[in-house]
Design a protein around this ligand. Structure first.
Ligand code: GDP
Length: 139
């Protein structure tokens, strides 16, 4: 198993609802090492660039509005098979379809306000980590 890194975001709904501690704690229990962590109010430009692959989707504008509504927590997490393990821990995109015990099931409100983001592949993780963190911060 290879050690990987993934970009994690605790989204505005979960920050507003007071779930930062529970979510970070769960990641540590799951064996992730926190390489970098920062709280930030995203600008529209930063959120639009981050979600550029979804630009043509009907929910793009609503998604950017949601992600810039209040602060998010940005993290770089590391462990063996980080990307696939993280996706298992957070669950399906739609909290209503996520398995019991997953973070989206526990803290997500709906398919948009689904509590957390996670990279879906190694190339995406590299882009997403570089979008938010400098080389020095993740060294
Ligand atoms: P993820 O990789 O599981 O986060 O899912 P996607 O990459 O497909 O979508 C990115 C984000 O867009 C999701 O996490 C949701 O916040 C949002 N999203 C996805 N599908 C929908 C949808 O059908 N409607 C709305 N409003 N938001 C969506």
């Amino acid at each position: 198993m290879a050690v990987e890194r993934t970009l994690s975001i605790i989204k505005p709904n979960a920050v507003e609802d007071g779930h930062i501690g529970a979510i970070v704690s769960r990641f540590e229990q799951e064996g992730f090492r926190i390489v970098a962590l920062r709280m930030e109010q995203l600008t529209r430009a930063k959120a639009e660039g981050f979600y550029a692959v979804h630009r043509e989707r009907p929910f793009f504008n609503a998604l950017v509005t949601f992600m810039t509504r209040s602060k998010v927590v940005l993290m770089v997490l590391e462990r063996d098979s980080a990307i696939s393990h993280y996706r298992e821990v957070i669950g399906a995109t739609d909290p209503a379809k996520a398995k019991d015990g997953t973070i989206r099931k526990l803290y997500g409100k709906n398919v948009e306000e689904n509590a957390v983001h996670g990279s879906d592949a190694p190339e995406t993780a590299r882009f997403e980590i570089g979008w938010f963190f400098t080389g020095f911060e993740v060294a």
